[in-house]
Every structure is written in C-alpha cells, then in structure tokens.
Design a protein around this ligand. Structure first.
Ligand SMILES: [Zn+2]
Length: 81
C-alpha cells in the first residue's frame, strides 16, 4: 500500500471538500444531482449548479452565491475511471 495513488488523483487544481463522509453509497447512480447542496465553505444554501461534470466525472461543479466560491459536489456510487 502506497500513498502515491491517493495523491495523484487530487492534484488537478480543485480539491473535493466533501471528501469526509461515512463512505460510498453504491445505490446512488449519479444521475440525480441536488439542486442546491449546502456550501462546504459557508454552509449556505444559495448555491447553483454550474457544471454537471467537474474536473472528473464523479463530481459536479457548483457555485455558492453567498461566499462566491465554486465547489465540487462528489457524486457517490459511480466512480468509473
Ligand atoms: Zn458558500
């Protein structure tokens, strides 16, 4: 087991703030995205979907109008590479 793989994936500029969770949920298909997920930075709900696909297919790009920060929402369960 090495740390090499873990670091190679997340070095594309934007980090995934929603990394901490209780684990992947295989029942989710990834087709349904929340319209307004809570912002991971300010916990605000005034967010909007700006891109259904982020830097990788398993994330979606959102924009927070409260703190004017873009963030990525991780779509669990469809981690194709
Ligand atoms: Zn925010």
């Amino acid at each position: 087991m090495t740390e090499h793989d873990a670091h190679a994936a997340g070095d594309a500029g934007a980090r995934s703030p929603a990394r901490a969770g209780s684990g992947p949920r295989p029942s989710e298909t990834g087709e349904t995205l929340p319209e307004r997920p809570a912002c991971p930075f300010c916990d605000g709900r005034d967010t909007e979907l700006i891109s259904p696909f982020g830097s990788v297919l398993s994330v979606a790009g959102y924009w927070c109008r409260d703190c004017h920060t873009g963030f990525e929402y991780v779509k669990w369960g469809d981690a194709r590479r």
